[in-house]
Design a protein around this ligand. Structure first.
Ligand SMILES: O=C(CO)COP(=O)(O)O
Ligand SMILES: O=C[C@H](O)COP(=O)(O)O
Ligand SMILES: [Zn+2]
Ligand SMILES: [Zn+2]
Length: 309
């Protein structure tokens, strides 16, 4: 057991029609909550680090924390760069011991996205690291930039095939209506499943990735709002849609917002109910426990990857 690429995880997930959870990590409590859940559920695990996380926590700290997770469990963990913006950040993660990187060239025209992704894939593959790429634009907060609804565009199935062939990327993030953050749908949630089925049919055996897949559980939103927060109207991807996506070649499902909500809800509760508390362990501990319970539920009841180590 140790730090691994996602290759075997995705092969098993594709065949078993389940998805591996990819959770964003920013500090020790978040990592511990996720890892404790995966250990108990005996689930394969992807821990992903964004540019924002690198800036907040220092990549060396995050890498060492993930190494501690590997050392203290019997888990296989894939350490992944989330939304790498350019070749340099991907190279730095490859050189720094990540086992997987995402190059997100989705903001560029098709040919430029291909050229950039191929450059990263060639470098990463030479170093035994796998590459996720993205085609199509997600609405929402991405790479600290707010992508408006009008700028979002869904992945074209034929382009997806050409993109995978020409770049050699190992997995592909597609756009079918999910978005980053806590406000994903204005009305009824809807994803473009016919598009997913088409892409999946044209790329048999190939692992697809779904970003922006938090479900924004009502229980956390209500707790946040009850204890002094202000996030009215938050709405995520219904869990049934994630279960459905996993049947159509989606092998990696990205979750960050739900971690933030779980932690914030429980910390707010402590602050309001126990105003005398000022020891960080007394609120970060419950925050970590809330993350653990939420992640265990995802692994077991939504993604279907529990027991698949
Ligand atoms: O896609 C994500 C990270 O890359 C996270 O998505 P959420 O905002 O839905 O958690
Ligand atoms: O893609 C978005 C992820 O939720 C990461 O968010 P972040 O850039 O604020 O760390
Ligand atoms: Zn993107
Ligand atoms: Zn994302």
């Amino acid at each position: 057991m140790g730090l691994v690429t996602s290759t075997e995880m995705f092969k098993k997930a594709y065949e078993g029609k389940y998805a591996v959870g990819a959770f964003n990590v920013n500090d020790m409590e978040i990592i511990q909550g996720i890892v404790e859940a995966a250990q108990e559920e005996q689930a394969p695990l992807i821990l992903q680090v964004s540019a924002g996380a690198r800036k907040y926590a220092n990549p060396v700290y995050l890498k060492k924390l993930v190494e501690a997770a590997v050392e203290t469990t019997d888990l296989d963990i894939c350490l992944h760069l989330d939304h790498g913006a350019d070749f340099e950040i991907c190279k730095s993660c490859v050189d720094g011991g990540f086992t997987s990187v995402m190059i997100d060239g989705s903001k560029y025209p098709f040919e430029e996205n291909i050229a950039l992704t191929k450059k990263v894939a060639d470098y990463a593959h030479d170093h035994g690291v796998v590459v996720e790429a993205e085609l199509g634009k997600l609405a929402g907060i991405e790479d600290a930039v707010n992508v408006g609804d009008h700028e979002a565009s869904f992945t074209d199935p034929d382009e997806a095939v050409e993109f995978v062939e020409r770049t050699g990327c190992d997995s592909l993030a597609i756009t079918i209506g999910t978005s980053h953050g806590a406000f994903k749908f204005k009305g009824t949630p809807k994803l473009d499943f016919p598009r997913l089925e088409k892409i999946s049919g044209l790329l048999p055996g190939y692992p697809l990735v779904l970003h922006g897949s938090s479900s924004v559980p009502k229980e956390f939103v209500d707790l946040c709002n009850q204890y002094g927060g202000a996030i009215p109207g938050a709405q995520g991807v219904p869990e049934d849609m994630l279960r459905e996506a996993a049947k159509w070649g989606v092998c990696k499902i990205n979750i960050d917002t739900d971690l933030r909500l779980a932690m914030t809800a429980s910390i707010r509760k402590v602050f309001v109910e126990q105003p005398q508390v000022f020891d960080p362990r007394e609120y970060l501990g419950p925050g970590r426990a809330a993350i653990k319970a939420m992640v265990a539920h995802k692994l077991k009841d939504v993604l279907g990857c529990a027991g698949k180590l």
